[in-house]
Design a protein around this ligand. Structure first.
Ligand code: SF4
Length: 208
Protein backbone atom coordinates (compact mmCIF):
# COMPACT_ATOMS: atom_id res chain seq x y z
CA UNK A 1 0.00 0.00 0.00
CA UNK A 2 2.83 2.39 0.86
CA UNK A 3 4.26 1.89 -2.65
CA UNK A 4 0.86 2.60 -4.21
CA UNK A 5 0.45 5.68 -2.02
CA UNK A 6 3.76 7.09 -3.19
CA UNK A 7 3.01 6.18 -6.79
CA UNK A 8 -0.36 7.95 -6.61
CA UNK A 9 1.19 11.03 -4.98
CA UNK A 10 3.94 11.20 -7.62
CA UNK A 11 1.43 10.89 -10.45
CA UNK A 12 -0.79 13.59 -8.99
CA UNK A 13 2.27 15.83 -8.72
CA UNK A 14 3.09 15.10 -12.33
CA UNK A 15 -0.39 16.33 -13.28
CA UNK A 16 -1.06 19.05 -10.73
CA UNK A 17 2.22 20.19 -9.23
CA UNK A 18 0.94 23.72 -8.77
CA UNK A 19 -2.53 22.81 -7.48
CA UNK A 20 -4.02 25.47 -5.27
CA UNK A 21 -7.31 27.05 -4.29
CA UNK A 22 -9.28 28.28 -7.31
CA UNK A 23 -11.54 30.55 -5.27
CA UNK A 24 -10.79 34.27 -5.49
CA UNK A 25 -10.45 36.18 -2.21
CA UNK A 26 -8.43 38.94 -0.55
CA UNK A 27 -8.76 38.10 3.13
CA UNK A 28 -9.55 35.20 5.44
CA UNK A 29 -13.08 36.61 5.81
CA UNK A 30 -13.63 36.60 2.04
CA UNK A 31 -12.19 33.10 1.77
CA UNK A 32 -14.52 31.85 4.50
CA UNK A 33 -17.54 33.32 2.70
CA UNK A 34 -16.41 31.87 -0.65
CA UNK A 35 -15.88 28.39 0.82
CA UNK A 36 -19.34 28.41 2.42
CA UNK A 37 -20.81 29.36 -0.97
CA UNK A 38 -18.85 26.66 -2.78
CA UNK A 39 -20.78 23.75 -1.24
CA UNK A 40 -22.31 21.82 -4.15
CA UNK A 41 -21.34 24.63 -6.51
CA UNK A 42 -18.40 25.20 -8.83
CA UNK A 43 -15.57 27.56 -7.84
CA UNK A 44 -16.11 29.33 -11.16
CA UNK A 45 -19.70 30.16 -10.24
CA UNK A 46 -18.66 31.33 -6.76
CA UNK A 47 -16.03 33.61 -8.32
CA UNK A 48 -18.74 35.22 -10.45
CA UNK A 49 -20.91 35.91 -7.39
CA UNK A 50 -18.38 37.10 -4.84
CA UNK A 51 -17.13 40.45 -6.26
CA UNK A 52 -20.55 42.06 -5.81
CA UNK A 53 -21.12 40.26 -2.54
CA UNK A 54 -17.81 41.45 -1.04
CA UNK A 55 -18.52 44.98 -2.27
CA UNK A 56 -21.85 45.04 -0.47
CA UNK A 57 -20.66 43.20 2.66
CA UNK A 58 -16.92 43.91 2.99
CA UNK A 59 -16.79 43.02 6.69
CA UNK A 60 -18.31 40.41 9.03
CA UNK A 61 -20.06 43.26 10.80
CA UNK A 62 -21.98 44.29 7.69
CA UNK A 63 -22.73 40.69 6.75
CA UNK A 64 -24.01 39.96 10.25
CA UNK A 65 -26.71 42.60 9.83
CA UNK A 66 -27.52 41.79 6.19
CA UNK A 67 -31.11 41.64 5.04
CA UNK A 68 -31.79 37.95 4.35
CA UNK A 69 -33.77 38.51 1.16
CA UNK A 70 -31.21 40.90 -0.31
CA UNK A 71 -28.45 38.43 0.44
CA UNK A 72 -30.43 35.58 -1.13
CA UNK A 73 -30.83 37.63 -4.32
CA UNK A 74 -27.07 38.11 -4.55
CA UNK A 75 -26.20 34.44 -4.14
CA UNK A 76 -29.19 32.60 -5.64
CA UNK A 77 -27.24 31.28 -8.64
CA UNK A 78 -24.90 29.16 -6.52
CA UNK A 79 -27.65 26.79 -5.41
CA UNK A 80 -28.91 26.04 -1.90
CA UNK A 81 -29.05 29.81 -1.63
CA UNK A 82 -31.62 29.94 1.15
CA UNK A 83 -29.60 27.83 3.57
CA UNK A 84 -26.32 29.42 2.44
CA UNK A 85 -27.70 32.93 3.07
CA UNK A 86 -28.80 31.94 6.58
CA UNK A 87 -25.44 30.27 7.22
CA UNK A 88 -23.50 33.33 6.06
CA UNK A 89 -25.41 35.63 8.40
CA UNK A 90 -25.11 33.18 11.32
CA UNK A 91 -21.41 32.72 10.65
CA UNK A 92 -20.80 36.48 10.54
CA UNK A 93 -22.67 36.81 13.85
CA UNK A 94 -20.45 34.09 15.36
CA UNK A 95 -17.38 36.03 14.20
CA UNK A 96 -18.71 39.22 15.76
CA UNK A 97 -19.92 37.64 19.00
CA UNK A 98 -17.00 35.31 19.72
CA UNK A 99 -13.94 36.40 17.76
CA UNK A 100 -14.01 40.22 17.60
CA UNK A 101 -14.95 40.10 13.94
CA UNK A 102 -11.79 38.12 13.03
CA UNK A 103 -11.66 34.69 11.41
CA UNK A 104 -10.01 32.33 13.93
CA UNK A 105 -6.74 30.79 12.75
CA UNK A 106 -7.21 27.29 14.15
CA UNK A 107 -9.46 24.32 13.44
CA UNK A 108 -10.83 24.05 16.97
CA UNK A 109 -12.38 27.53 16.76
CA UNK A 110 -13.25 27.44 13.07
CA UNK A 111 -15.57 24.45 13.53
CA UNK A 112 -17.51 26.35 16.21
CA UNK A 113 -18.66 28.94 13.66
CA UNK A 114 -22.28 28.64 12.61
CA UNK A 115 -22.58 27.09 9.16
CA UNK A 116 -18.96 25.89 9.15
CA UNK A 117 -18.40 22.15 8.93
CA UNK A 118 -15.14 20.27 9.06
CA UNK A 119 -14.52 20.53 5.32
CA UNK A 120 -14.94 24.32 5.26
CA UNK A 121 -12.82 24.70 8.38
CA UNK A 122 -10.03 22.59 6.86
CA UNK A 123 -9.96 24.68 3.68
CA UNK A 124 -9.87 27.99 5.56
CA UNK A 125 -7.26 26.70 8.00
CA UNK A 126 -4.96 25.49 5.23
CA UNK A 127 -5.46 28.20 2.61
CA UNK A 128 -5.80 31.30 4.77
CA UNK A 129 -3.43 30.30 7.58
CA UNK A 130 -1.01 27.88 5.94
CA UNK A 131 -2.02 24.91 8.10
CA UNK A 132 -1.82 21.33 6.89
CA UNK A 133 -5.25 19.77 6.44
CA UNK A 134 -7.12 17.43 4.12
CA UNK A 135 -10.58 18.78 3.40
CA UNK A 136 -12.68 15.91 2.06
CA UNK A 137 -15.13 17.13 -0.55
CA UNK A 138 -17.02 15.06 -3.09
CA UNK A 139 -13.95 14.76 -5.36
CA UNK A 140 -11.54 13.72 -2.62
CA UNK A 141 -14.08 11.21 -1.33
CA UNK A 142 -14.72 9.64 -4.74
CA UNK A 143 -11.10 9.46 -5.90
CA UNK A 144 -9.82 8.11 -2.57
CA UNK A 145 -12.34 5.28 -2.67
CA UNK A 146 -11.79 4.49 -6.33
CA UNK A 147 -8.05 4.20 -5.78
CA UNK A 148 -8.42 2.15 -2.60
CA UNK A 149 -6.77 4.79 -0.46
CA UNK A 150 -9.91 4.75 1.67
CA UNK A 151 -13.00 2.61 1.96
CA UNK A 152 -15.79 4.75 3.36
CA UNK A 153 -18.46 7.23 2.37
CA UNK A 154 -17.93 9.14 5.59
CA UNK A 155 -15.76 12.23 4.89
CA UNK A 156 -14.35 12.30 8.41
CA UNK A 157 -13.28 8.65 8.22
CA UNK A 158 -11.67 9.27 4.81
CA UNK A 159 -9.90 12.36 6.16
CA UNK A 160 -8.41 10.40 9.05
CA UNK A 161 -7.39 7.52 6.75
CA UNK A 162 -5.61 9.89 4.34
CA UNK A 163 -3.92 11.66 7.25
CA UNK A 164 -2.42 8.34 8.31
CA UNK A 165 -1.29 7.40 4.81
CA UNK A 166 0.40 10.65 3.81
CA UNK A 167 3.09 12.82 5.33
CA UNK A 168 1.65 15.76 7.26
CA UNK A 169 3.67 18.23 5.20
CA UNK A 170 1.82 17.02 2.11
CA UNK A 171 -1.78 17.11 3.40
CA UNK A 172 -2.87 20.44 1.93
CA UNK A 173 -1.12 19.79 -1.36
CA UNK A 174 -2.68 16.32 -1.54
CA UNK A 175 -6.13 17.82 -0.96
CA UNK A 176 -5.79 20.19 -3.91
CA UNK A 177 -4.27 17.59 -6.20
CA UNK A 178 -7.12 15.15 -5.43
CA UNK A 179 -9.70 17.90 -5.97
CA UNK A 180 -8.29 18.81 -9.39
CA UNK A 181 -7.77 15.16 -10.37
CA UNK A 182 -11.41 14.46 -9.45
CA UNK A 183 -12.67 17.59 -11.15
CA UNK A 184 -10.86 17.14 -14.46
CA UNK A 185 -9.65 13.51 -14.78
CA UNK A 186 -11.35 11.08 -12.44
CA UNK A 187 -14.75 12.65 -12.94
CA UNK A 188 -17.90 11.21 -11.38
CA UNK A 189 -19.31 10.25 -14.78
CA UNK A 190 -17.04 8.95 -17.50
CA UNK A 191 -13.65 9.22 -15.79
CA UNK A 192 -10.79 9.53 -18.25
CA UNK A 193 -9.36 6.09 -17.45
CA UNK A 194 -7.89 5.49 -20.86
CA UNK A 195 -5.07 7.97 -20.28
CA UNK A 196 -4.74 7.47 -16.52
CA UNK A 197 -1.48 6.01 -15.26
CA UNK A 198 -3.21 4.70 -12.15
CA UNK A 199 -5.24 2.10 -14.07
CA UNK A 200 -3.21 -0.84 -12.80
CA UNK A 201 -3.80 -0.06 -9.15
CA UNK A 202 -7.29 1.44 -9.40
CA UNK A 203 -10.00 -0.65 -7.75
CA UNK A 204 -12.76 1.13 -9.68
CA UNK A 205 -11.05 0.50 -13.04
CA UNK A 206 -10.45 -3.16 -12.27
CA UNK A 207 -14.16 -3.63 -11.58
CA UNK A 208 -15.27 -1.95 -14.80
S1 SF4 B 1 -8.23 4.63 -13.72
FE1 SF4 B 1 -10.11 5.85 -14.02
S2 SF4 B 1 -11.27 5.60 -12.14
FE2 SF4 B 1 -9.17 4.96 -11.72
S3 SF4 B 1 -8.15 6.77 -10.92
FE3 SF4 B 1 -7.78 6.74 -13.12
S4 SF4 B 1 -9.41 7.98 -13.99
FE4 SF4 B 1 -10.04 7.45 -11.90
Amino acid sequence: MKDNTQFIFNYLQELYKDASCELQYNSSYELLVAVILSAQCTDRRVNIITPELFKKYPTPKLLASANLEELEKLIWSCGLYKSKAKNLISCANSLMDNFNGEVPNNLKDLVTLAGVGRKTANVVYSVAFGGQAIAVDTHVLRVSNRLGLANSNNPTVVEKTLMQLFDKNDWTKLHYMLVLFGRYNCTAKKPKCEHCKLKNICIYYKKM
